[in-house]
Ligand binder design. Structure first.
Ligand code: HEM
Length: 497
């Protein structure tokens, strides 16, 4: 006999065909609990989508250590070569809603949850090594320009370029976004970066500043604007389809984790701020050190349970990995958990996607909505601390992070854009991109800013001029040679992207 269908309370149901009515023509009886349960559940199938990075794709996989970095970190995940740790990934676009098309030009999120034996370590990064702004204070404004205009309810290139022109430090990230890397063919064709500077500390209590890089084995294949437009006309779900087909065919995408390491004192003597997320660390000064291999091999059995419910947070670090003075990172450390409590509820860390797998959980937080797990201390008398019980959980002073040296003055420091903010975008534009790539960059940017007002265009050309005169000239020429747009009025939002 096949499995019996039941109510949520486990009672077998006699039929799944009809509601219970007073006669064949109705009305429905209030006692039709099955019907009420069915409709009530449907009404509750959606939860708020992520305020950013709402559209995502996820796989499960394994991380394997291939090189010994124990001199930098005591983190158990890296304790020996060959050690394996389970991982849950979620890749995403930033601006689009949960139903947005996959192949849109946007930064991609690159989130990894490592279920380590000393708790979960989350790497909540992007496919770019830098970010648009360096102060969290600017983040809500920035995101607002990426989302819909309050009146037109359309995406607004005018708002995007207006903001970027007023925030010239963004030009590094905008250059990457408008380059070929702006539309990867799918998440397996992109690198992942922690972007911020993090820290590692070893058993001796020595701290190092660290950047994380996940280098794709699949190559940086990308779509041009034209190809992406054509593809979106055929399917909006190209990434999900690619990932599904790849795993079904037994092809497992891989990345190599590498780190850049800086000694703690070195940070003071550089000609740029190493804690500024709009900057990369030059590879010649801070060479990449191999750490391990990430292989993603499984499509989660239930997308909602594992991928929609995944709650990544930069606050999830483990002994041996820490933060840095980067003020964006510090804001993110508390912002994500706040977002998760709103989106998923108080006990989001106990959901299967987020519950540690390799570590035991023993905290003194107590009740609240959806407390569906047992007492966590293992002793029902030990529901407070300090207490008299020998088997009760106790803090472990051996995992105390080394002290962080900080500047004692609290102040709202001015955020002037300086020449140093243009040095790295200039090197990217002139020394890294090829001639062809520069041409596509000019055209992609011209396409994105074509609907903007002349004043916004001029302000943005002035930013590009500070990077390199050829950059401003190339984009200006590409804008001016593009066919005229049908919308010509002076409203702040001229056309949808
Ligand atoms: C201070 C600046 C930032 C703030 C306040 C912020 C805030 C948020 C919030 C509230 C979410 C939604 C979380 C959720 O509901 O699950 C989110 C998602 C995300 N953010 Fe940020 N963010 C910031 C900067 C960044 C940066 C610099 C990166 C990358 C380097 C980044 C990468 C991501 C990723 C990958 C996700 C999606 C996580 C997932 O897959 O579930 N964010 N961010």
């Amino acid at each position: 006999m096949s499995q019996r269908q039941t109510t949520t309370a486990g009672a077998p149901v006699p039929t799944n065909e009809t509601s219970k009515t007073a006669g064949p023509r109705g009305p429905v009886l209030l006692e039709d609990y099955q019907l009420i349960e069915k409709l009530a559940h449907q009404n509750r199938e959606r939860i708020p989508e992520r305020t950013v990075h709402a559209k995502g794709w996820g796989l499960q996989g394994t991380f394997t250590v291939t090189n010994d970095i124990t001199k930098y970190t005591r983190a158990k995940i890296f304790s020996e070569v060959g050690k394996k740790t389970e991982v849950l990934s979620r890749w995403s676009t930033v601006a689009g809603e949960a139903g947005a098309a996959d192949a849109e030009r946007d930064v991609r999120g690159f989130s990894l949850k490592f279920y380590t034996e000393e708790g979960n370590w989350d790497m909540v990064g992007n496919n770019t090594p830098v970010f648009f702004v360096r102060d969290a204070y600017k983040f809500p404004d920035f995101i607002r320009t990426q989302k819909r205009h309050p009146k037109t309810n359309l995406r607004s290139p005018e708002a995007m370029f207006d903001f970027w022109a007023g925030q010239p430090e963004s030009v590094h990230q905008v250059t990457i976004l408008m380059s070929d890397r702006g539309i990867p063919q799918n998440p397996t064709h992109m690198n992942g970066y922690g972007s911020h500077t993090f820290s590692m500390w070893n058993h001796e209590g020595t701290r190092y500043w660290v950047k994380f890089h996940f280098k794709t084995h699949q190559g940086h294949d990308y779509y041009t604007n034209e190809k992406a437009k054509e593809l979106i006309g055929q399917t909006r779900e190209s990434y999900q389809e690619d990932l599904w087909n790849m795993i079904e065919a037994g092809k497992h995408p891989k990345w190599t984790l590498k780190i850049q390491v800086m000694e703690e004192e070195q940070a003071a003597s550089l000609d740029f701020n190493p804690f500024d997320v709009t900057k990369v660390w030059p590879h010649k000064d801070f060479p990449l050190i191999e750490v391990g291999e990430l292989e993603m091999h499984t499509v989660p059995e239930n997308y909602f349970q594992l991928v929609e419910n995944a709650a990544y947070s930069p606050s999830n670090v483990v002994p041996g990995i820490g933060f840095s003075p980067d003020k964006m990172l510090q804001a993110r450390v508390w912002s994500y958990a706040d977002a998760h409590r709103y989106r998923l509820g108080t006990h989001y860390e106990a959901l299967p996607a987020n519950a540690p797998k390799a570590a035991s959980v023993a905290h003194y937080h107590k009740d609240g909505a959806m407390r569906f797990f047992q007492n966590d201390t293992g002793n029902s008398n030990a529901y407070y601390e300090p207490n008299q019980y020998e088997d009760a959980p106790r803090p472990d002073p051996s995992v105390m992070e080394p002290p962080l040296k900080i500047d004692p003055e609290a102040y709202r420091y001015p955020q002037e854009t300086e020449e140093v903010d243009f040095v790295q975008p200039r090197a990217l534009y002139k020394d890294v991109l090829t001639d062809d790539e520069r041409v596509r960059l000019h055209q992609n940017m011209a396409g994105a800013m074509a609907p903007c007002s002349d004043s916004v265009k001029e302000r943005w050309y002035a930013v590009l001029e500070r990077v390199h005169p050829d950059y401003a000239k190339g984009v200006r020429e590409a804008v001016e040679s593009a066919p005229a747009l049908p919308v010509t009025d002076d409203t702040p939002v001229k056309a949808a992207e």
